[in-house]
Design a protein around this ligand. Structure first.
Ligand SMILES: Cc1ncc(COP(=O)(O)O)c(C=O)c1O
Length: 427
């Protein structure tokens, strides 16, 4: 686009790092009165200089003609707007993707992507557990439109995933493989490269390779880049670490221009894009995302260490705690640069003991969501995963004693003192 673009990624031969690019990439102050920070472009529509320009911009936006090398111009804020494009450009450069699309929520990104790729009679193969909202869309909403689903739990076991793929193929053409790694709340992993090999094998059998979508909310964009391991699309709830302050809702999809094309068209048609103000907040959040994620991850390591040694804790689900030769730990080393700062643990006892502990916390806030500057904690079985059947929860390990923590950027000693104090109370 002509407006608000600044795409320099090199100084001579030196390629600039994402941490630097997050401060200026995609925005040219000269186009906005020299304003050092992007303005919030509160407009629904954009004025064409001539009728010919209006015709051309419409053709480019509708995909009827390819835009010239300098890009198209803006048309209408349901299709795109400057604040949206700044965030899309920055996320794409962080993720190593050709392009990005930003949405009104993580679920808007997920639903628009699935609807753009799946037709009645087709099947979506997916890892389990998925975020509860994604699971509901796949298992309940899509089935009403004749789209079937098939899940697999062990994301490292080739035979297990192949068997699920065979069951999926028996139901219809497998058009998409949707994975979430690490999973929320169990931190179980899915081997993205293995899923790619299975997708290729499926392609050989059904004459069409399913598109691979990876939910990168828990580790991206700082600690994990699914596109480099074989995923086609990396999808986000930006509400979490990218927004990072628990004050906005947003989502994104990153990938090649070709893979994003049908999703962009559907987003323009139904208007699931994000508003300018939230986009502006996201462009500000991206400036600190690596600082926040690094600090939160280092805090989480200290909190996990404390929990592991506490007599009232039965188990902590955090891949770096696994033995060095455990396949999940090795996969995490290959696939991610850190375990991040969201994990779950089980207290000794059941729901009563978990609730007693949660009710005594003073620094950790008792809330769903994750990835904010403040530490958040919740009881998955009665909140975020309460929509699953008891049997499904048991199968996935979401027990009444399970607690999910998203560690923030507070001083780690305060977080540990809070936990120690909450456990010290008679239960
Ligand atoms: C892993 C994951 N994906 C997707 C979502 C949905 O995102 P949003 O709440 O922004 O719609 C969430 C929300 O908790 C999540 O944790």
């Amino acid at each position: 686009m002509v407006i608000a673009r600044y795409h320099k990624i090199r100084i001579g031969n030196h390629v600039l790092q994402p941490e630097t690019l997050m401060l200026g990439y995609g925005y040219d102050p000269a186009l906005s009165e020299g304003s050092a920070k992007p303005p919030v472009f509160l407009t629904s529509t954009f004025v064409f200089r001539t009728a010919e320009e209006g015709r051309d911009f419409f053709d480019y936006t509708a995909g009827r003609r390819e835009p010239p090398a300098e890009g198209s111009g803006l048309v209408y804020s349901r299709f795109n707007h400057p604040n949206l494009e700044i965030v899309e450009d920055r996320l794409a450069v962080y993720e190593g993707a050709e392009e990005g699309l930003v949405f009104a929520s993580g679920m808007a990104a997920i639903a628009t992507t699935i609807l753009a790729y799946l037709r009645p009679g087709e099947v979506i193969l997916h890892s389990r557990p998925l975020y509860g909202g994604t699971e509901v869309v796949i298992e309940k909403t899509l089935t009403r439109y004749g789209i079937e689903a098939e899940g697999f739990i062990d994301g490292l076991d080739e035979t297990h995933i192949h068997a699920a793929a065979e069951r999926a193929m028996a139901k219809g053409r497998v058009a998409m493989i949707f994975i979430e790694t690490p999973s929320n709340p169990m931190n179980t992993l899915v081997d993205i490269a293995l899923v790619r090999r299975i997708a290729e094998a499926l392609g050989g059998k059904q004459g069409f390779r399913p598109i691979i979508v990876c939910d990168n909310t828990l580790l991206g964009p700082v600690f994990q880049s699914p596109l480099r391991h074989g995923a086609d699309l990396s999808i986000y709830s930006l509400t979490k670490y990218v927004g990072g302050h628990s004050d906005l809702i947003g989502g994104a999809v990153l990938g090649s221009a070709a893979n994003l094309k049908p999703i962009r068209a559907l987003r323009s048609a139904i208007g699931s894009q994000l508003d300018p103000h939230s986009c502006w907040m996201l462009s500000r959040s991206l400036e600190t995302v690596s600082l926040r994620m690094d600090r939160a991850a280092s805090n989480a390591e200290k909190v996990v260490q404390f929990l592991c040694e506490h007599p009232k804790v039965a188990r902590v689900h955090y891949p770096p705690l696994l033995p060095a030769d455990d396949p999940s730990r090795q996969l995490m080393k290959r696939q991610s640069r850190s375990a991040g700062s969201t994990f779950s643990f089980e207290v000794r006892g059941g729901q009563a003991e978990a609730f007693a502990f949660l009710n005594r916390l003073e620094v950790f806030k008792l809330a769903v969501s994750l990835g904010g500057t403040e530490s958040l904690i919740c009881h998955p079985a009665t909140t975020v995963h309460s929509g699953l059947t008891e049997e499904a929860r048991r199968e996935l390990g979401i027990t009444p004693a399970l607690i999910r923590a998203s560690v923030g950027i507070e001083h780690p000693d305060d977080l540990i003192a809070d936990i120690a104090h909450a456990f010290a109370a008679p239960t």
